[in-house]
Design a protein around this ligand. Structure first.
Ligand SMILES: *[C@@H]1O[C@H](CO)[C@@H](O)[C@H](O)[C@H]1NC(C)=O
Ligand SMILES: *[C@@H]1O[C@H](CO)[C@@H](O)[C@H](O)[C@H]1NC(C)=O
Ligand SMILES: *[C@@H]1O[C@H](CO)[C@@H](O)[C@H](O)[C@H]1NC(C)=O
Ligand SMILES: *[C@@H]1O[C@H](CO)[C@@H](O)[C@H](O)[C@H]1NC(C)=O
Ligand SMILES: *[C@@H]1O[C@H](CO)[C@@H](O)[C@H](O)[C@H]1NC(C)=O
Ligand SMILES: *[C@@H]1O[C@H](CO)[C@@H](O)[C@H](O)[C@H]1NC(C)=O
Length: 447
């Protein structure tokens, strides 16, 4: 009997246990729901209310009486002032609608700054940014200030078919590398030496006969004429050269050192219109020597890495910008030098930039730089301007030890093997280019 009872109790326990557990769970859920519903947040007491004009409404925050940050820029430098005005104009926090690019501000933000020249810079209606005692500045910076609002100049010699296959208007070619070389009208010899050596257009092999790729070369020129003093008229010669080679881009602006940034911008606009499919762009001077085959190998490697990387991330665009990078540079304050930037024009450190004779960037990055450049005031030094635009894209240039802006050590210059890891070297004249080209012909087998 006792045995039977014990057995029965265990059975009873087994039956009741799930019922009891479910019951507890139900009670717990009911209580939790009740607690959640009946919760009311503790009252917060405000200790501080920002001073401002109250809208007399409990739902709207008070409107601040003054700006949050210091706007006293009267004593600042001209470029900084002008840029500050644009930064405010394009600041999405200050202006909600930023979809319209290059809209004119509704009200002048800094009244002393005239800023209405962007669209009609050729009409001479605009006034120049005001800067007191402009006349005490050197002529070159004065000329820059007078025209720094202007970014559009007519293209006098164009190459619309440069990146078109069989000259058709639809069929764009995809050069592996577009070489854009800054030259001047008079530098016929440099251009010819480049065509015969490292700037040859067409299919170019990589070093050690690796893949290589299609290379296209254009020369970027401005007007070089009597506006700066007596100058021989080279127009007919240039026309002849262009008929023969078809690789000249000439714009109607004065080809001076402080207009090189303008040359970059005009080239970027040209690129967007006529050669947007080029994968990489080399931009450099006509007195450098480039080991194009080694550069193509390097670019292939970058491109392959990008393809691999793209499989893992969502980054479809390659943001390559490589050269001889200079960090924390200060503006040159020595009035006698070519690079002189007066304190009244620009204050501050330069962003990291790739200096000297040549840089390489991806075509997709060029298009992003072009878009960003609409929000950055022209700066007289082109390398620095590129650094500024990159900086605003949240990118920085990559340093490559193969870009020798300051040349090889004197003793190594004659030795071919010293060029083994070089991609670019500055500077080489036309005859030196030809000699070096011959010397480096079979470099991999020599060293
Ligand atoms: C808010 O109310 C005060 C008086 O209470 C009045 O003087 C002021 O003009 C009102 N401001 C606005 C924006 O209506
Ligand atoms: C923003 O500006 C553009 C034109 O500049 C206009 O078409 C658009 O409706 C505006 N959007 C808003 C939300 O105001
Ligand atoms: C384009 O020209 C090349 C030779 O230069 C030729 O082989 C090719 O068939 C042409 N393509 C077209 C679509 O005409
Ligand atoms: C290419 O087309 C342009 C006009 O579209 C023409 O002026 C030019 O002569 C053509 N070039 C060749 C090589 O056919
Ligand atoms: C740049 O070119 C424009 C147009 O030719 C000219 O007015 C300006 O003076 C030039 N700037 C410099 C710094 O030479
Ligand atoms: C990549 O981007 C697309 C849309 O741009 C999105 O649908 C997709 O989920 C993204 N994939 C990853 C792995 O982030």
């Amino acid at each position: 009997m006792g045995k039977f009872c014990k057995c029965n109790g265990r059975l009873l326990c087994l039956c009741l246990l799930p019922c009891m557990m479910t019951g507890h769970l139900l009670i717990y859920i009911t209580v939790s729901i009740f607690v959640t519903i009946s919760y009311s947040p503790p009252k917060v007491t405000f200790h501080y209310i920002a001073p401002g004009i109250s809208a007399n409404s409990s739902t709207l925050a008070s409107h601040p009486l003054g700006p949050f940050w210091n706007l006293r820029l009267e004593d600042s430098a001209l470029w900084n002032q002008l840029q500050h005005a644009w930064d405010r104009q394009y600041n999405p926090l200050l202006r909600r609608n930023t979809t319209g690019v290059m809209r004119k501000p509704k009200a002048k933000i800094l009244s002393e700054i005239e800023d209405e020249c962007l669209s009609d810079c050729m009409s001479h209606k605009c006034s120049v940014p005001r800067i007191h005692d402009l006349n005490s500045l050197p002529e070159q910076i004065r000329a820059f200030i007078r025209s720094m609002h202007c970014r559009e100049y007519p293209l006098l010699i164009n190459q619309p078919g440069m990146c078109r296959r069989n000259n058709s208007s639809f069929d764009l070619e995809t050069p592996m590398l577009l070489m854009a070389i800054k030259s001047q009208v008079g530098n016929f010899e440099n251009r010819q030496a480049i065509r015969e050596t490292w700037g040859r257009s067409g299919l170019v092999k990589g070093e050690a006969n690796k893949k290589g790729g299609l290379v296209k070369t254009v020369f970027l020129l401005g007007r070089q004429d009597s506006s700066t003093g007596p100058h021989p008229d080279l127009k007919n010669l240039l026309d002849l050269e262009n008929q023969k080679y078809g690789d000249i881009l000439l714009w109607d602006f004065r080809d001076s050192f402080f207009n090189l940034t303008l040359k970059d911008l005009l080239f970027w606009n040209w690129f967007q219109k006529y050669c947007p499919t080029a994968i990489f762009v080399f931009k450099g001077d006509d007195d450098v020597f480039v080991r194009t085959d080694a550069l193509l190998d390097y670019l292939h490697k970058q491109w392959e890495e990008h393809i691999l990387w793209r499989a893992y991330t969502n980054e479809t665009e390659l943001n390559l910008f490589v050269g001889d990078v200079i960090n924390n540079a200060m503006p040159n304050r020595e009035p006698s030098t070519k690079y002189y930037i007066p304190e009244r024009f620009y204050k501050g450190v330069y962003p990291p930039y790739a200096g000297g004779g040549g840089v390489v960037y991806s075509g997709s990055l060029l298009l992003r730089l072009l878009k960003m450049s609409e929000k950055v005031r022209l700066f007289p030094i082109d390398d620095v301007y590129l650094g500024m635009c990159l900086n605003r894209l949240g990118l920085s240039p990559s340093h490559h030890t193969g870009f020798l802006t300051f040349d090889l050590p004197e003793v190594d210059r004659g030795k071919p093997c010293a060029y083994k890891s070089v991609l670019l070297v500055h500077r080489r004249g036309p005859k030196e280019m030809l000699a070096l080209w011959k010397q480096l012909e079979n470099l991999p087998s020599q060293c």
